[in-house]
Design a protein around this ligand. Sequence first.
Ligand code: ADP
Length: 518
Amino acid sequence: MLPDFRVRQRDYLLEIARVITQDLDLDQVLARILQHAADLLAGQAGLVALRGNTGGWNLAASYGIPDALIQYLDPILSAVPDHEDPARFELPEVSRMLARLAREASLGLFTGVGLPLIAQNRVLGVIFVFRNYRGIFSPEDRLLLQSFADQAAIAVQNAQLYEHTAQEKRRTDAILDAVADGILILAADRTIERCNPAFERLSGRRANDMIGRKHSEVIQFNEIEHGPTLEQSEAGGWPLTPTATLYVEGDLERPNGTKLAVGVTYAPLLTREGQLLNVIASVRDVSHFRQAEEMQSTFISVISHELKTPVALIKGYVGTLRREDVRWDSKTVQDSLTIIEEEADHLAELIENLLDASRLEAGALSLNATDLSLPRLVERIAERFRTQTDKHTITVEFPEDYPVILADEQRIGQVLLNLLSNGAKYSPKGGVIAITGQVRPEHVVVCVSDQGPGIAAGDIPHIFDRFYRAGEAQRSTKGAGLGLYLTRAILEAHGGSIWVDPQYKDGACICFSLPRSQ
Ligand code: ADP
């Protein structure tokens, strides 16, 4: 026959084993542990404290103690050593503390025993059981609680691990939801197990339509810029090592028929034995890198052409004038020098525009704003321009009481000159170039119109982009596609804007606005 306390110990240990295997909710585990511990020792109350993340002991569960009185037990928790090392862990003499507390707060608890909950050589909690009658806790009581505490520690650890895992999962979910890159988690047979919202956006498909489908059905490239596909690499034995990532770049086909330039990095997830568990694919929209690359090559071709042409002309004319075997008449010399001067001006202007563009990129386009009368500035620039063209008639029309604004005169002059020279350049047959001003409550508006062929509807959204030149302009005129880009930047730096007037049908009409000074 087992002695009585052994029978009780066995029964309670069995019960605790059930708690461990059945319940993973930490609060419930603690409540049941505490209740069983109190029953086991014929106690009426108990509490469990667990170690906080930053040290110290926090009350995690209580039994048989009214909520209003729990605070009176704080001194017991404060006396628990603030570390996790079982070798140096000594709990306070509870009964003596209780005697003092009972006097102060009439808790009705007279004796108590406390034991650490130790798992994997770490004190993860402490358990106290209290009795409401006098008499000491016997060595058997302690032994009972000890064997119980060892089991309870495992239950607590399991529940904590479960909670930790659940927390990790919530964190992973939050990361997957928040990252800008599309993430696909593939099973070992390459079916899609999971994808994040960013991948839904990039691929133009719903998660529900993708989960369970094969990778090759969803990631289909129209054109591959870099690397073999996942399927081709696997045919070659990928992945041979746990760190063997794979990068594929190309145009991803989307269900609505559009394509998106993406870079996909595949990383294998292997078991310890080296068996493939998952493939994680991260998908990045690389269209802006592509645009930047295209821009770079456009830049080089436009700029080299624009720089080379005037230099070739200057060299050609200088070479001709220097010929010693020919005597040039003074008109030819003057005409040649005029061309040389014009081309040198053109070069200087181009260099200035390039410098402005790079200043703009560096955010260093500074303004020197002063009171500015736009009608006067426009008249001055128009006058200067009239001397440069005999094919065009330049008209200026501003209302009488046009307000003075606060703006950088030199920069706004540059804007007007750009619009005016475009008007002349893109209406080579001549005609009227009209500059008109209007006043609105919040801002002033200036429009520059010409009688050329106008701007094709498809080009309108792009003409303010860097280096953009419409097809016809590229064929028949000189230019670097920087004028309107800089013009817009200058106006936006003033708080203004620029647009193409869609109503105007006789040619092109570009208008800009600037805020009225307060
Ligand atoms: P660039 O004149 O050096 O090409 P801009 O930035 O000034 O560069 O203009 C960009 C493009 O906008 C031009 O290449 C041309 O296609 C178009 N454009 C600008 N102004 C006019 C205009 N008045 N009429 C027709 N097309 C224009």
